[in-house]
Design a protein around this ligand. Structure first.
Ligand code: A2P
Length: 318
């Protein structure tokens, strides 16, 4: 498996298992299947409300000798209600307890958005009253602290645009080592990729398959389907692989980590095989040249008349 390398030499397996939307009752088995298939990178988050069950699977796999802790790369994310300096360690402690680990390989600030304590996902208008104003610099200091204490090996962010990243670099000390954002042929993020490379940050692509199983409250009815894209389908036929495998290999070819979610054994295995696809460069160029552009996770659930945040705060190109 191809790996990406952090500045201190630590390796990140480029393909991981995503666990957003993996339900309790499904995710234990999914993680075990993934580890048995050879995945060594598991992407988690406190807000996914399934870390206990992911932790049960990790503990089982370690106890059964399927994998050693040191061969695993586990990522988790700090939720929006834990942005205060004193809350970063609390959020992390809960995640470590749930995952039954004594350190994380990578810890990310999930969104550049802060909520009042106890607020989960802002799905209803009423919850817009629950924002709080914690400067990102404070949260980043908390992240630097937990890294210096050895509770996490690497720190980074998710859903950060260039100006938000600049705020963190302005703090000084350890800068973000990872930016995890939505990325696929409909959202190449060229400018952000170039910026992150210039800062020696690694990147991870979330929703590489278009995240078709999102709840209807955060899904538009007329959104495009990456699996049905004519160029993706043409290349899938040409290489005798599935459209999902083309989309995963697309990210791997760009040296961007990728974390497709699945709770289905066959698809977990199929996705893992994507790492073996070798595109000829004209075919990669075809994928890079796809004109249709679309952001599936547009963040509009964080905006609205009562919210201090607008989409312009989140994405450069709005
Ligand atoms: P399932 O979990 O039943 O396999 P994303 O990673 O972009 O969020 O996409 C996840 C969605 O894609 C889920 O609905 C997942 O369903 C589905 N999926 C995962 N792998 C494949 C695959 N190889 N082929 C088709 N659908 C897939």
């Amino acid at each position: 498996m191809k790996t990406l390398t952090f500045n201190n030499g630590d390796q990140l397996p480029i393909l991981g298992l995503g666990t957003w939307k993996s339900k309790p009752g499904e995710v234990f088995q999914a993680v075990l299947w993934a580890l048995e298939a050879g995945y060594r990178h598991i992407d988690c988050a406190a807000i996914y409300n399934n870390e206990k069950e992911v932790g049960d699977a990790l503990a089982r796999a370690i106890a059964d000798g399927i994998v050693k802790r040191e061969d695993l790369f586990v990522t988790s994310k700090l939720w929006n209600d834990c942005h205060r300096l004193e809350d970063v360690r609390k959020g992390l402690s809960k995640t470590l307890m749930d995952l039954k680990l004594d350190y994380l390989d990578l810890y990310l600030i999930h969104w550049p958005i802060s909520f009042k304590k106890g607020v989960g996902f802002a799905e209803s208008r009423e919850q817009f009253y629950t924002y709080s104003d914690v400067p990102l610099a404070q949260t980043w200091q908390g992240m630097q602290q937990v890294k210096s204490e050895g509770l996490v090996r690497h720190i980074g962010v998710s859903n950060f645009n260039i100006s938000k990243l600049e705020e963190l670099f302005a703090v000084g000390g350890q800068g973000p080592e990872m930016n995890q954002v939505e990325m696929h042929p409909y959202l190449r993020q060229d400018k952000l990729v170039e910026y992150c490379r210039g800062k020696e940050m690694l990147m991870t692509a979330y929703s590489p398959l278009g995240s078709g199983d999102r709840s209807t409250s955060i899904k538009k009815s007329d959104e495009p389907n990456l699996f049905e894209d004519p160029i993706v389908k043409q290349i899938a036929d040409q290489y005798d692989v599935s459209p999902a495998q083309v989309l995963i290999a697309f990210s791997i070819h760009r040296d961007i980590a990728v974390i497709p979610k699945s709770v289905n054994k066959e698809r977990i295995n199929q996705n893992f095989q994507s790492a073996t696809i070798q595109f000829k460069s004209p075919d990669l160029d075809l994928l890079l040249g796809i004109k249709n552009q679309y952001r599936f996770i547009d963040g509009s659930f964080f905006t609205g008349s009562k919210s201090p945040y607008s989409l312009r705060d989140l994405w450069e190109e709005v």
